[in-house]
Structure formats: C-alpha cells, structure tokens
Design a protein around this ligand. Structure first.
Ligand SMILES: NC(=O)C1=CN([C@@H]2O[C@H](COP(=O)(O)OP(=O)(O)OC[C@H]3O[C@@H](n4cnc5c(N)ncnc54)[C@H](OP(=O)(O)O)[C@@H]3O)[C@@H](O)[C@H]2O)C=CC1
Ligand SMILES: O=C(O)[C@@H]1CCC=N1
Length: 279
C-alpha cells in the first residue's frame, strides 16, 4: 500500500506513529510532506524507509490514500497543490470537521472520505468517525475501516452529526482531562495532600471507571447508584454536583457548535466563494 500524509504536526505524526506501532503500515509504505520540511525530515529520520516528499503534489502522487492532516484554513491551498496528482481511484481523507465532503468533491477528481481521529488513537483506543463521499464503494469503505481498526474502533456517522460526535470522541479527552485536573487541584488546595499521589489515585479511578463501562457491563446510572449509598457521602456530593453543573454541557456544546459554524463559513468562502448555513 502507498500512503501519503500531508501535514506532520500533532495529529499527522500521531496517526503515522500509531499506524506503524500497530503494524498497520510499514515506514516504507508511507510518504510525508509538511510545510516546514525539517519537521517531516525529523520524523522520517526516526523510521528508516519512510519517504519524504518535497512538495504536496509529490506526496499525493501514486498513493492509494492521501491523508490531509492540516487545519481548516490550510485546506484550499493543499487541495490545489494535489489536484493534478490524484486520479479517479485515489482516496483523499480529511481529518478535519469543518471541511465538508462536498468541498473536497468539488475540487478533487477522486474519491474522498472524512475520518475524524482522536488523541486516544495514540494508544490504539477510542473511535474514529467515518464519513464518505458518493464515489466511495462499499469495498473502499471497508478497506479504509480495516486500516483504522488497527488503532481504533471505526464508527460510521452522518456528516450532519460530525460536530457533536467529534465533541464526544475527539474533544472529550481534553474536557475530561480538564475536569480531572480541577478535581485533583481542589484536593490539593482543600487538604494539602501531595499532588503526585492524588493525581495517581485519580488516574487509576478514571481508568477503572472506563473499564467498568466497557468490560464491567455497568451503565453510568448503575455506577452512580452503586457508589451513592442512600443517605451517604457520595449521594450528598452528587446532589450538590447536579445543582452546580446544571446546563454546563449544553453551554459547552453550544460553544463548540458556534465555533464550528464560524470555521465552516470561512472554509466555504474559501472553496466556493459563498456562505452556507450548514450544521
Ligand atoms: N488534536 C486533536 O485531537 C484532533 C485534531 N483534529 C484535526 O486535525 C487537524 C490538524 O491538527 P493538528 O495536527 O493539531 O495541527 P498542527 O498545526 O499540529 O499540524 C498541522 C500541520 O500541517 C502543516 N501544514 C500547514 N500548511 C501546510 C501546507 N500548505 N502544506 C503542507 N503542510 C502544511 C503544518 O506545518 P508547519 O510545521 O509548517 O506548521 C503542521 O505540521 C485540525 O484540523 C484538527 O481539527 C482532528 C481530530 C482530533
Ligand atoms: O473538530 C475537529 O476537527 C477536531 C476534533 C478535536 C479537535 N479537532
């Protein structure tokens, strides 16, 4: 297989490293390009056999898959760069939510997909959210999902739900890391417990809670019920938590969706020269 990665920043390099460490791809199957070429060269130095391309056009030439691991505002330029390298059987994969499949289909004479990864894919965990352009066959979809199954659970979603499912799958790790950090900081502040020890206990708790949900067959409600003994300490604290956090995640979701819509308008203007009212 020949796979091109354009953009070797945070997510591009994470995907490359996860695919290699999971034996989904060997370094010699991978060609990378990046705006700051020294970054691509440094990555390739760590994986003998990996190819560095000195232009995006070269990174897309003769590739089965071309992953675009760049930010929304960088798409228009990169799509122009690769236009003459792709052909009807190439598959271009965007990992960015506000770039629509229709934007890519409009500019590229090839098959297109959108797959939103998550930082959890670094440890071969979490989901990847899969959406496909019209020319992707069932075989193309299952081949691509087979590749992503080495590092994640690929889940097909409707493009109209991109933002909310990305909030849960891709932004979620940052949100829950933040909440855990607040919990630990408060523990230190309120009691003087050494931070390292408190953090270790909290991390173990989060890991164990995840296992209860995935392997332990427990629901979120059951976990709360089993821990909150009636009239006990947790029950009292959960009551307080419900009062104090009411509506907080509605606010969070409205915040991500507002930013998403702003980005979508900018990307649509770049691609089509017009505004769209998309989800
Ligand atoms: N972080 C996450 O958990 C997730 C992120 N994403 C999406 O992934 C995308 C990339 O994010 P992230 O990796 O964090 O961003 P980074 O800024 O870390 O990486 C972007 C990379 O693209 C390179 N680049 C920019 N323009 C060009 C160009 N014209 N040609 C070639 N390379 C170029 C940059 O090069 P240079 O070295 O010069 O800066 C940089 O290395 C974003 O759209 C984000 O929404 C999706 C799911 C999860
Ligand atoms: O919205 C996106 O494109 C992704 C999800 C997490 C960060 N960026």
């Amino acid at each position: 297989m020949n796979v091109g990665f354009i953009g070797t920043g945070s997510m591009g390099s994470l995907l490359i490293e996860a695919f290699i460490s999971s034996d989904a791809l060997s370094p010699s199957e991978i060609t990378i390009s990046n705006r700051t070429i020294a970054k691509a060269e440094a990555l390739a130095d760590r994986y003998p056999g990996m190819n560095v391309a000195y232009s995006n056009a070269e990174a897309a030439l003769n590739m089965d898959y071309i992953f675009l691991c760049i930010k929304p505002h960088e798409f228009k330029q990169v799509v122009q760069d690769i236009q003459s390298s792709v052909h009807s059987d190439s598959i271009v994969v965007s990992i960015t939510s506000p770039v629509l499949l229709s934007h890519l289909e409009r500019e590229l004479n090839c098959k297109v997909a959108k797959i939103i990864p998550s930082i959890t894919n670094m440890v071969r965990s979490g989901a990847t959210l899969c959406m496909y352009g019209d020319s992707m066959t069932e075989q193309d979809k299952s081949d691509l999902e087979q590749l992503f199954s080495f590092i994640s659970e690929p889940i097909r979603i409707e493009e109209s739900y991109t933002r909310i499912v990305s909030d849960l799958s891709s932004c979620g790790p940052a949100f829950f890391a933040f909440l855990l950090q607040q919990f630990v900081d408060a523990a230190v502040e309120e009691t003087g417990i050494p931070r390292d020890g408190a953090l270790q206990v909290a991390i173990n708790m989060l890991h164990g809670t995840g296992l209860l949900l995935t392997e332990g067959g427990m629901t979120l409600e059951q976990i709360q019920q089993r821990v909150a003994v009636p009239g006990g300490i947790t029950a009292k604290a959960l009551y307080m938590l419900r009062q104090e956090t009411e509506g907080i995640f509605n606010h969070l979701i409205r915040t991500t969706h507002t930013k998403y819509k702003d980005d979508l308008v900018k990307v649509s203007n770049a691609f089509c020269g017009e505004e769209v009212n998309g989800q």
